[in-house]
Design a protein around this ligand. Structure first.
Ligand code: PLP
Length: 429
């Protein structure tokens, strides 16, 4: 089980969480818009790498709310910070000051720029805008890039297969035509080039109208696709040649997930804008858009805003999350645990390869049976996700223990062997 005090997955939840486990009356889901498939399980409690459903059954969570609960569920320090802040001050408007946001901003600025932990500097070199989600962080980035570039340079170039959010502008940047098509026409000024293709990127920048390029250092939703070493650095050079900004979308890859504080640190690349969300509040909805000061200064009061963005409750969660992340040195834990997981996964039946970095991994299967594998794994008490028909994504807590990794691999091994034995009958709809 993850977290410093936890040893064995079977130990279960501590008192208060256990008492929260109860069978709820079956409420009618028809009240909800049909944007998600009907879930097969409803969780009512969690601790570390363990989730508990409404019948009291325990699951090993190896997807972490899609790379959100990087410190595991209900980390005690984050839970305490949220409780204390909820009894002190939940919300004030951005019309007024809020010291928590300054603390989080300084820490985030240090981590984004240098990856150095523990320095108590009170000043920052970049600037941060706080919001509530990844899509909003990217919206801020796109608006800032356009504001910085000025009239005539409004285009944002992204990569095919990318994912940057579901709002209209971030959908326009998301290189997945099937997600875009039902909502056409999308906002103008967005185009895509093949990922990991420097020639195509160079050609796209020739127009002279490009304000910014936005890229994920590893494409998460697109299938955990890792570009060639040097790709991001090459894009940086192209951006400099053509006077465009480089926005790095670290919403899924950031804050230790890939074994570095941020995915772009692996390539020693300079970013102009970095967007963060998911793990920043360990489950509290917090997003942030960081920018180099010269870029950020393009924004003037009134240019952008968010009612809830940076409010004390969210900032208390983010401050506690970053403190624990630094104390636990999550990037090196993620790198070490990721290596163990990757090695073990490579030996399993049906596995053609394992890709990713740190604890953002995808198992490439011989056949497109990922949905069947995910389904059977859930039946055995392991949560993973089919990121492509032939790829299963794993993104456990960065504090996951060796025992939990071994247990998850054991379950997945049995599931893959069973799916392999079942053969073509398991091919999904
Ligand atoms: N960018 C990336 C790389 C993501 O993985 C996601 C979500 O999966 C987003 C943006 C959108 O974040 P949100 O769902 O919080 O709006």
């Amino acid at each position: 089980m993850s977290g410093p005090a936890r040893e064995e997955p079977e130990v279960g939840l501590r008192g208060p969480a256990v008492s929260a486990v109860h069978v709820t009356a079956r409420l009618n889901r028809s009240v909800l818009m049909h944007t998600y498939v009907d879930p097969q399980v409803t969780f009512v409690a969690g601790e570390g790498s363990v989730l508990v459903d409404e019948t009291g059954r325990r699951y090993l969570d190896f997807i972490s709310g899609l790379a959100v609960t990087s410190l595991g569920h209900c980390h005690p320090d984050v839970a305490d910070a949220i409780c204390r802040q909820a009894q002190t001050l939940v919300h004030v408007s951005n019309l007024y000051g809020n010291t928590l946001g300054l603390e989080v901003g300084v820490a985030l600025d240090r981590l984004v720029r240098t990856g150095a932990t523990g320095t108590t500097s009170a000043t920052a070199e970049g600037r941060v805008f706080f919001c509530n989600s990844g899509a909003e962080a990217n919206e801020c980035a796109f608006k800032l890039a356009r504001r910085w570039a000025g009239p005539g340079r409004f285009e944002v170039v992204s990569a095919s297969g990318s994912f940057h959010g579901r709002t209209l502008a971030t959908l326009a940047a998301t290189g997945q035509p099937s997600k875009q098509a039902p909502f056409a026409p999308l906002p103008a000024g967005f185009s895509q080039v093949p990922y990991d293709d420097l020639e195509a990127m160079g050609a796209a920048l020739e127009s002279g109208r490009v304000a910014a390029v936005v890229l994920e250092p590893i494409q998460g939703e697109g299938g955990v696709i890792v570009p060639s070493p040097g790709y991001l650095a090459g894009v940086r050079v192209l951006c400099d040649m053509h006077g465009a900004l480089l926005i790095v979308d670290e919403i899924q890859t950031g804050l230790g997930r890939t074994g570095e504080w941020f995915g772009f640190h692996a390539g020693q690349v300079r970013a102009d804008i970095v967007t963060v969300a998911k793990a920043l509040g360990n489950g509290m909805p917090v997003g942030a858009c960081w920018a180099r000061r010269e870029v950020a200064d393009a924004f003037r009061p009134g240019d952008h805003g968010s009612t809830f963005g940076g409010q004390p409750l969210a900032m208390a969660a983010a401050r506690a999350t970053l403190e624990v992340m630094e104390r636990e040195e999550v990037p090196s834990r993620s790198a070490r645990a990721g290596e163990r997981l990757r090695r073990a996964l490579g030996d399993l039946a049906l596995v053609a390869g394992v890709r990713g970095a740190g604890l953002l991994l995808a198992v490439e299967l011989d056949h497109p049976v990922a949905p069947a594998v995910v389904q059977r794994a859930m039946g055995r008490g392991l949560l993973v996700n089919a990121v492509r028909p032939e790829a299963v994504r794993l993104a456990p807590s960065l504090l996951v223990s060796d025992a939990e990794i071994d247990q998850a691999v054991g379950i997945l091994g049995e599931v893959l062997a069973a799916v392999d034995a079942a053969g073509s009958q398991e091919v999904p709809r």
